[in-house]
Design a protein around this ligand. Structure first.
Ligand SMILES: NC(=O)c1ccc[n+]([C@@H]2O[C@H](COP(=O)([O-])OP(=O)(O)OC[C@H]3O[C@@H](n4cnc5c(N)ncnc54)[C@H](OP(=O)(O)O)[C@@H]3O)[C@@H](O)[C@H]2O)c1
Length: 242
């Protein structure tokens, strides 16, 4: 008997890694549900992939009503097997304005956790599912944009906690840790190296999802950094980042 098509919901699918992942998933015949604030982009994707791509406008910072929006999308998709949370922002903040820090924290911490919790509860109800969070290797470092790297550390620990909480269920929790990827987020980033395209990142992510890997560094050449970065002395970090 033919296996039913897998259904993947990508939260943060309108740009960069999430968009490339949506496009690759569509190419591979998956049913895709896409979430983001950019309504025009979502409409365009839905128009190009009628009955295979389902769009939902949502701002994850607005947690009131988020569950209802994601429930509605899941229903239109006919169910969900995989949820990928890719939504995050990074902001330069030379004047250390709290409003800017707060925007990053509301998105990458409050909104990100709200999306993960929705997915965990949805999967608990159905008894199976695969929850995937995109964090970053930057989670190991302090940086001159403290809110971003600190929020990535939060996301990572949150996923670890959910993995423990859901250990005796049929739910897998995975973390994807990219190095540099050329996306709108890194457009004005100086000193990038070993940067890969979002398409390549998407390929690595789908492969890791297929293998149900708990933790994956992408791309492969960044793997040693998973072990090195947590032990980097501050003096060295200061030399490279200041
Ligand atoms: N690019 C890199 O080098 C790199 C490296 C390590 C980790 N990462 C991680 O990879 C993930 C994707 O990053 P990217 O480089 O692809 O960035 P990106 O191109 O800026 O895409 C970010 C995505 O997040 C969504 N998003 C932002 N705020 C949102 C909100 N309030 N509500 C809902 N969705 C929101 C955006 O959609 P809307 O604007 O439509 O809302 C967009 O689809 C992030 O978690 C990032 O931290 C990236």
């Amino acid at each position: 008997m033919k296996e039913p098509k897998k259904r993947i919901m990508i939260i943060g699918c309108t740009s960069g890694i999430g968009k490339a992942l949506a496009e690759l998933s569509l190419e591979q015949g998956l049913i895709v549900g896409g979430v983001g604030r950019n309504e025009a982009q979502l409409k365009e994707m839905a128009k190009a992939h009628d009955r295979q791509f389902f769009a939902q406008v949502a701002d994850i910072r607005h947690t009131t009503g988020l569950n209802e929006r994601l429930d509605a999308l899941a229903e239109r998709m006919g169910g969900v097997d995989i949820v990928v949370v890719s939504s995050s922002i990074s902001r330069k903040n030379p004047d250390l304005l709290f409003e800017i820090e707060n925007d990053v924290l509301q998105t990458n911490i409050v909104g990100y956790a709200a999306a993960l919790i929705w997915a965990a509860r949805f999967f608990l109800k159905q008894g199976h599912g695969h929850l995937v969070g995109i964090t970053s290797l930057a989670k190991f470092l302090g940086s001159k944009n403290p809110a971003y790297t600190a929020s990535k550390a939060f996301e990572s620990r949150y996923l670890d906690g959910l993995r423990l909480r859901l250990a005796k269920t049929g739910i897998t929790v995975s973390e994807i840790m990219p190095g540099f990827v050329r996306t709108p987020m890194t457009e004005d980033q100086e000193k990038m190296f070993w940067a890969i395209s979002p398409e390549r990142a998407a390929k690595c992510i789908l492969k890791a999802i297929g293998k149900k890997k708990q933790k994956t560094v992408i791309s492969r050449r960044w793997k040693p950094f998973y072990w090195i970065l947590p032990h980097l002395p501050f003096r060295l970090l200061r030399y490279f980042l200041v």
